[in-house]
Design a protein around this ligand. Structure first.
Ligand code: PLP
Length: 393
């Protein structure tokens, strides 16, 4: 009886399922003694142990490598694990990393911890000023340049081909965090980046219920190093998260197209209402031309707006929102507002924030898939601007 409880008969599936199965087994084994794990997630190779490779995770890796126009993709436990894995793989000990001034707070934290421990030398340059960034690359000859394709919260657009050219001229590598755009809008590797990292927690998952990240690139040595990082640091993604992310990919196109179309309407209306609005689709955005040249299908689904009333105006909006959520993530089907001064950029002083263009009234909006008029009505009411939807449609 005890043996039968532990070893029930297994079901054999003859016809292939239409939806990829979710493999939760931690261990795989058969008669062959010498099967080893597939090096790139093992799409056709065998699997042994889930921390090293899992069929559900590998299926997602195949799909993402294709979308990123890369030759390999490795899925890990979070966007931060992806960033740590990529940097660990690409930066030799003690080497110089030239990073954008405008980075996600936890990335900043990782880089400064590594700098303080002597793991890297760290320098910064503004991603919104290509001349200054390129000059810094030429003068400092970094091993790795790290930028976000669209920065947080002002959505400065990295000129990926120009940065890749500049860093390749000094034999360095370009690593791009593409989280704010998703592979639908930009494929940095196709534009010359050596490695792309992305938080799948955002647009790819899309429903606020996944934590995962991906590293993708073309150099097989980097793939090996990223896989070693995942195996040795234990940064494997949960198969269920990988399965949800793969499901998210199926609607990524529909969701993000809709999110971008709505973001564009809201941004134009906010600007028409006289508010300082940061959206790369607006000709007034400093990187409008770069984004128009490089991004596909739209200008992203994030909009930042500066409320002249400062913190008290933001407080009032937070109390007034009925439809807009207030939260720290982005890219979900639900629209969310974020106040960088107490969230993503709370680690900076008010003066440091101001130096980066983040005033006390700056609010970041992640636009979801709800009805555009419902979103506008709630937003206009909460921000105290006239509704005038007739002005811009
Ligand atoms: N990169 C950017 C630009 C982000 O905004 C975030 C999270 O907000 C991350 C990376 C980290 O992703 P995760 O939360 O999946 O670790």
């Amino acid at each position: 009886m005890l043996t039968r409880l532990v070893h029930p008969p297994q079901v054999e599936v003859v016809d292939p399922p239409t939806v990829p199965p979710l493999y939760t087994s931690t261990t795989y084994g058969g008669e062959a003694l010498d099967r080893i794990d597939g090096i790139l997630g093992g799409r056709e190779a065998g699997f042994q142990y889930s921390r090293q490779g899992n069929p559900t995770v590998a299926a997602l890796e195949g799909a993402l490598a294709d979308l990123e126009e890369a030759s390999w993709a490795v899925v890990v436990a979070s966007g931060m694990a992806a960033i740590a894995a990529a940097l660990e793989a690409a930066v030799p000990p003690g080497a110089l990393v030239l990073a954008a001034q405008e980075l996600y707070g936890a990335t900043d934290g990782l880089l400064s911890t590594w700098r303080d421990r002597g793991r890297i030398t760290l320098r910064r340059a503004p991603v919104g000023n290509l001349d200054e960034f390129s000059a810094a690359i030429q003068a400092q000859r970094p091993a790795v340049v790290f930028v976000e394709s669209a920065s947080n919260p002002l959505l400065r657009a990295a000129d990926v081909p120009a940065l890749a050219d500049a860093v390749h001229r000094v034999q360095g590598r370009l690593v791009v965090d593409n989280t704010f755009l998703s592979p639908l809008v930009l494929a940095p590797v196709a534009l010359g980046a050596d490695v792309v990292v992305e938080s799948l927690t955002k647009f790819v998952g899309g429903h606020g219920d996944v934590t995962a990240g991906v590293v993708a690139g073309v150099d097989p040595d980097l793939a090996r190093a990223v896989l070693a990082y995942r195996t040795h640091q234990g940064a494997a993604a949960s198969p269920f998260d990988a399965w949800l992310a793969a499901r998210g990919l199926k609607t990524l196109g529909l969701r993000v197209e809709r999110q971008m179309a709505t973001a564009s309407v809201l941004a134009r209306r906010l600007a028409a209402a006289g508010l300082l609005t940061w959206y790369p689709g607006l000709p007034s955005h400093p990187d409008h031309a770069t984004a128009a040249r490089l991004w596909r299908g739209g200008f992203g689904a994030l909009v930042s707006v500066d409320l002249p009333g400062g913190r008290s105006a933001v407080d009032a909006a937070w109390r007034a929102f009925r439809l807009w959520g207030r939260g720290t993530t982005l890219g979900d089907v639900e629209s969310l507002a974020l106040y960088p001064a107490v969230a993503s950029h709370r680690g900076l002083s008010a003066d440091e924030r101001l130096a980066r263009g983040i005033g006390p009234g700056l609010v970041r909006l992640s636009v979801g898939i709800e009805g555009v008029e419902d979103l506008w009505t709630d937003l206009a009411t909460a921000l105290g601007v006239p509704r005038r939807p007739d002005v811009v449609t």
